[in-house]
Design a binder for this molecule. Sequence first.
Ligand SMILES: [Zn+2]
Length: 462
Amino acid sequence: MVRLFVSDRIFIDEDLCNGGIVVNNDGKIEEVFKDPIEVEEWLDANSHTELYDYTNLVIMPGLIDTHVHINEPGRTAWEGFETATKAAAAGGFTSLIDMPLNSIPPTTTVENLLKKQKATIGKICTDVGFWGGLVPGNENELKKLLQAGVVGFKCFLCPLSDEYFNSVTEAEVELAMKHLENTNALVAFHAEKCDDECCDVDENNGDIHDFKTYLKTRPASLELNAIEMITRVAQKYNSVRMHIVHLSSADALPLIKKCREIVGNRLTVETCHHYLNFTADDIPQKGVEFKCCPPIRDANNQKQLWNALKSRDINMVVSDHSPCPPELKFLTDGPDFGNMMKSFCGISSVQFGLSVFWTSCEKHNMDISDMVHLMSVEPAKMCGFENRKSKLAKGYDADMCIWDPSGEFVVTPDIVHFRHKANPYMGKKLKGLVHATIVRGNFAYRRSDREIFNFVGQMLLK
Ligand SMILES: [Zn+2]
């Protein structure tokens, strides 16, 4: 059945219009109306249309989160496709891109990618795409992974605690670049790189329950080291694109800006909601749910990140949703409860991006068009989906988020749909309430007297 979604505030061509979106049986947008008269005319001529009138709720392109650790298969106890995509759909997201690590096996070969893809079947509310992993020794898999549809490759420049996923050296990055030359492939970097001194910071020297003790072990210089290397390599290989994930330190912005004057948008950057909404001073003793790498920094740093979003020196905002069981987060009773040093690095928030961003938006002089740009248009462009996602226009996938900009709610455990409820937004009042999420014309999520989810997602392959 052809569906018509109507509202006074539909985000079309950078404006909120009183109009409608016609969706055909293939889940594509067939017509876009920016005038209620056109809506009436369509209804008169097409009496079998299923009409959804959302009056004054905003209808905008579905949000896209390109940085989500879903951890299935292998660590489904940490998160999984069902819980992660339900949470995302409840938050207005229509596509997620899954990170290659933390699942077992990691997405470092085509064989492993197929295992991951199999795990999505029947379990996803949103569309899900996949990052491949770049690890030492898998350079011969990279082109095959590209052909199998990954959006790009993620690598680490500093050691990480996952025994299944190793970091790469500059020489290994260059080797990968040579294998990827002329493919226009995307390589994403966890941009923290130790030089010898940084790695020697004594992590037990201080109060282990104080976030600032942990903060000292991940100084901004780690990010600067990494980004210096990334910008150097970016200028050497001009047929590969590069992306810096979860930028925390604003100190690196001049370096990135300078490089982009030369390489343009071949180098992109993301930051995360938690860097934009918390400062190190906000984090309570034992507040391990705030621990992430790189860490949350000071208020001045945060201000610069917002400025860089406004000037578009940072391209997009993502969640870096990276959950684990409460025991690994040191959230459970015991002698190590709240140990900032031992707690797993990662913040859960895939459900709350829209509301968290919207709640702070006004204060930073931003509006719905900034949100669509930073959380849908740019992510789609980076992943190569700009011709089917992120826009309410004829021929595009009918991926839509329907929400109330003045609706408010408090984050409580019972409304959290990701597997482990702890998150730094708990107890906070947020603005921006999602009423429905549509994925390719189908209801992935509906809030009425109760919340309803449907597994209408598909694999998103390039
Ligand atoms: Zn991550």
